[in-house]
Design a binder for this molecule. Sequence first.
Ligand code: PRP
Ligand code: URA
Length: 209
Amino acid sequence: MSTVHVIDHPLIQHKLTLMRQIETGTKDFRELLNEIAMLMCYEVTRELPLEEVEIETPICKCKSKVIAGKKLGVVPILRAGLGMVEGFVKLVPACKVGHIGLYRDPETHMPVEYYCKLPADAQERELIVVDPMLATGGSSAAAIQFLKDRGCFNIKLVCLVGCPEGIEVLKNEHPDVDIYIAAIDEKLNEHKYIVPGLGDAGDRLFGTK
Ligand code: PRP
Ligand code: URA
């Protein structure tokens, strides 16, 4: 069964409160998302395996630790997930970035795929799917299924705001995928928006409304 890690670090919670506020404009929203993504990257990578290597300091030779094991890939769900990529790439500069384009049909609220481009060696990487919103869970579940259909099985999901419905869908459809999330809000409204949430993440990030 997947584990849900609620990342309640005070810096993340403070920045998320600013992002939620209706008066926060595109520039600040973008910067805050970038900063939170960086902080979440720090938490998600906490369990990465280490190995010892021989190095030489100006004083002497010694053993020191570096990250071992599988290399990372970040996979934003377009559009809003794009706002989280920079934060990850800053901390893990060697990671590769794949893209999955999905939008929610406004009538059915079901995800519709329009783009998918992954690193050539995606199957050998630990993939971190990023999307600020986990509402019905349809988009994240579909994105993870795309990855599995292409032979990728080492996957984590990082979101900012979710709700019990979306988490339940993810747990049922992808019990092997751990979820890292900053807040689990109360519920979905009749338009399948998270309450209280932060509104439409893509529109706020790109200033399209
Ligand atoms: C938003 C968000 C998620 C999805 C979450 O994307 O970024 O991908 O909705 O909703 P769900 O859990 O109910 O699937 P949206 O479809 O608005 O596309 P956009 O990022 O291009 O605006
Ligand atoms: N997509 C968003 O951007 N916000 C929500 O609350 C739900 C889906």
